[in-house]
Design a binder for this molecule. Sequence first.
Ligand code: TPP
Ligand code: MG
Length: 659
Amino acid sequence: MDTVVLYYVINLHIRYSALLSWLTDMSEYENMRTADIIADALLDWNVDTIFGLPGDGINGFMEALRTRQDRIRFILVRHEESAAFMACAYAKYTGKLGACVATSGPGAIHLLNGLYDAKLDNAPVIAITGSTYSDLMGSSYQQDVNLLQLFSDVSVYNNIITAPEQAEMAVDIACRTAFAQRGVSHLTIPIDVQEKKLQGKYSRHKVPGHTSDTFVAAGDVLPDRRLLDQAAAIINSGNKIVILVGQGALNAGQEVISVAERIEAPVVKALLGKAVIPDNHPNSIGGIGMLGTEPATDAMSEADTLIMIGTSFPYIEYLPKPGQARGVQIDIKAEKIGLRYPVEVGLIGDSKKILSALLPLLRDRTTKDSNGSSSHKQYRQNELQEQQEFLRSKQQSMKEWMELLDRQIRQADKKKPIKPQAIASAVSEELQDNAIISVDSGTNTIWAARFLNIRRGMKFSVSGTLASMACGLPYAIAAQLAYPDRQCVAFVGDGGFAMLMSEFATAVQYNLPIKVVILKNNTLGMIRWEQMAFLGNPEFGVEFSPINFAKIAEACGGIGYTIKEYDDIKPIMKKAMSENTTRKSTIVEVYVDPFEPPMPPKIEPEFVQNMAESFAKGQPYARRIGLTLYRNRMMNSKIKTLQNKLGEKINNLISDDRE
Ligand SMILES: Cc1ncc(C[n+]2csc(CCOP(=O)(O)OP(=O)(O)O)c2C)c(N)n1
Ligand SMILES: [Mg+2]
């Protein structure tokens, strides 16, 4: 080969290699703006709805959303906090990734409370925020807030996108991490970076397209058989077994029932797990904690074995004492095992799959075991009986508890203010089979927990561990967007509702026929009782001037009803709860007795003592409260004890009003 030919061959080879490497280096996103790349990458993760409110810090990304309206739905809110609550609720109700968007500075700051709700309740959410121009960052420029620092505590993944070449990878990691760690991922993008186009300016080590949108949940793998056997051995040796379920068991209702029935165990439901099994299932003994039932409290204090499924219910004083019961825990998150109770065995993964695998290993307590010697048989028989008797005794006290609740509903005195229990019960009666119920924080949570009867197929949620007020309305909006044809109800207090009530206009704007039932007591009701019963202080700073919520509904373009009389409850509730035909957003405000006490499942001496102290220190309305307690004692022997113990002081106060 002469030198000229050699020269051409080499030259050609070099050019071909350059072309090849240029071709392989070329990203599918070549020449696209960062904002568009992010939006496309979110679509790859099946994000179909994004809640938010724009501003100049995020307008570049808004343009990417505008040009993809057919594939990704943007829901404009009135306050960014709602957008984050909605993203959280969307994730909770659908299992999809929740998404929200806000501008730099104030918009991003507003997201935080809703994002903490997602963090604390383990909901996968991605938050997209804008940041100020990259060459002005950290200069106290307009709306220049260090969002990475601000979001560092709330997020499982927290990153700034500084170049289009980084965007796809960042979104992939953010979405995967939100799912894998069941938490919040935050991506912030400087205004100028949103507009930058991808032009293949990669670093030496970057390979475009090196990440993917593949996700495999850890829960798809079953725990080791040895661990399943150990768990089964613990359960099989128990004689007073209690099952506690939380939101991690929501997809395993049938499996929970199969296990509970096989081992004859009562099922206690943490609030987020209220919809795991129907409230009227014979093994259900209701909720736990302050808003729970007496049988559930007793079951926990007597249990010798505790099976926790998908729950990290925080009020550990309501669980068996450490050492009292042997524990088995099922959770998708390894770090939750042993968090609240010193369990011996932890099974990591999806509760549905684990319970199915565990079921055949569990001793069937419903049939008589015919194997073994007669003395052994007798022994086994006694054991079986103990568990059965345990369940029967709790079922019996559940019957009594339900009768007590029933008396509370029926304590209607037409001359007196409406009892909130009667409203919760009236709502319950109007719930359709596949209703989705969102509740709020306050005494309303207690009435909802006790008086809304969940049936199979319903959904129920609330800001659980953060227990934030104001979640009820945004949750219901997210539910209705996800399930346009289902009955979506928000059951809320007036304080919580007023916090984000402008979102009712959002419901109207998107033609969402949500039904919002507001317990109107013009009070931060829960706090009134907490100040008295927890600290022994007179109430302070808990009363509001009234708002006409029915007029608010109408002013926003929805329908408003007001209930002031007992006779109005049934007809108005019936009408309002089936407003589907007009598909109008509806508010039902109900004037309820602001002095109805939310009684804990058991009245502790300290509670009584504190109440007496608050009265002694000059609790306002002592007379009305005393009178309410006096009247309620007809319904409930425990209240009678409380009222008696509050003593002469109150008896004197109310003596004139006794009939
Ligand atoms: C954002 C927020 N602020 C304060 C609290 C403390 N808190 C818990 S319940 C409650 C009162 C709720 O009042 P309202 O919504 O009227 O319900 P009610 O107790 O009267 O049923 C308050 C202030 C909270 N949980 N969340
Ligand atoms: Mg209130």
